[in-house]
Design a protein around this ligand. Sequence first.
Ligand code: ADP
Ligand code: MG
Ligand code: ZN
Length: 480
Amino acid sequence: MKSGIGKYEAVIGLEVHAQMLTDTKMFCGCSTRFGSEPNTQTCPVCIGMPGVLPVMNKKALEFTIKTGLAMNCKISPYSRFSRKNYFYPDLPKGYQISQYELPICEGGYIEVVVDGEVKRIGITRIHMEEDAGKNIHEGGGNYSFVDLNRAGIPLMEIVSEPDIRSPKEAAEYMKKLRTILRYLGVCDGNMEQGSLRCDANVSIRPVGQKEFGTRAEVKNINSFKFVEKALEYEIKRQIKVVEEGGRVIQETRLWDSNKGITESMRGKEEAHDYRYFPEPDLVPITAGQEWIDEIRIKLPELPDAKRKRFVSGYEIPEYDADLLTSEKAVAEWFEEAVRLGGSPKAVSNWMMGDLMRLLNEENKGIEECPLKPIQLVDMLKLIDNGTISGKIAKTVFEEMYKSGKEAGQIVKEKGLVQISDAGEIEKAIDEILTKSQREVERYKAGDEKLMGFFVGQVMKATKGKANPQMVNELLKKKLG
Ligand code: ADP
Ligand code: MG
Ligand code: ZN
């Protein structure tokens, strides 16, 4: 009988809030710009004065429909807003305008790649709502501030089916959502600034059991790393509770990233009763089929379609294709390099390895990449025609990235041309073998692992410039 972690399976569903990239708020004309002085982007509508009337932002509706279509949802021809009632200082109206029983999008899915395998995660619904303001607790006094610039900013809430089975899958799902939202240009996907936020519902059940266990909802997760960390912690905690004979209770828990734990915030008994009712100040939404079709036609090629095209068209692995399509600009860089003559797998390897590493070191996106696709392609040609070895190419690549010089120029200036002259290589080999009598004897006595040692010594003696294949062949010949 298995015990501990292997005996249980996690069941996870995510509720994700995405701030939409509209210029104005959900129900008024106030600006949505981030980082302005507190309370400078407000008006009677978004600070909840009595007697005002909200007017829906059509762009926000269009963005939500776009997202729904991209996530394979059905778009409801008839939907409406409701009032979600609760009291909190960042919500001056005393209710949030949201969608409840009739959301605009339902029943979709997206695909994620986990360990090279494609998996579908169901999307239960996507609805529109308005953001609340922000409470600021600083100054140290016995008071807090409220900034209402964020109040009324359009949000999409994207609710997944409980289809996710591991913290890693949850992080991949979040990343894919972000990718799609950014391809569509409907959200900037910045988790640190809060434009993409995630509440994670999680439960455990014995492997093989069909029914779901009781779930906890973990709030306050604000990075991809924390999605994984918070869920790992919470799953372990629930397993421990059950293994010790207890029962998981339904509650809301808060992720504390400093302590690396989740803590109980409120139980089911204290759960809010929001007393939803239809918003009387807004007319129901009727999205015409013609308009929906117009939006559908204008959708860009989406990440999943692009990934499949990359796999079949360029014959690269699913893993590569998934990474290369995670940002539209990355995919464009790749395709440009291939169009200029780079072999797809070689381009992919250099991009996923050295290029991403160098960009990450400087916290740069591909848009700010100092290297042009043609420069990589020119370097690949130097490898293919034997001018430089793959190992030397790593030095050339980094130098190219840092100095902006062409590969050919770097190779010339630094004297990095590969040595493919058999005589010259043999000379180096002879020197090494003379110096390594003892190793030669051991090799001849059957210790074949020493081949690696000889190759390494020759490469070192030639400053990495000897053609590695020739070194191998010539060494084998000499050692007989
Ligand atoms: P609520 O509106 O109370 O938060 P929902 O039924 O809408 O509840 O579910 C919210 C999220 O919780 C969804 O993403 C769903 O997939 C997920 N979920 C539901 N039941 C479970 C469960 N037993 N374990 C894990 N996640 C669950
Ligand atoms: Mg919830
Ligand atoms: Zn306003």
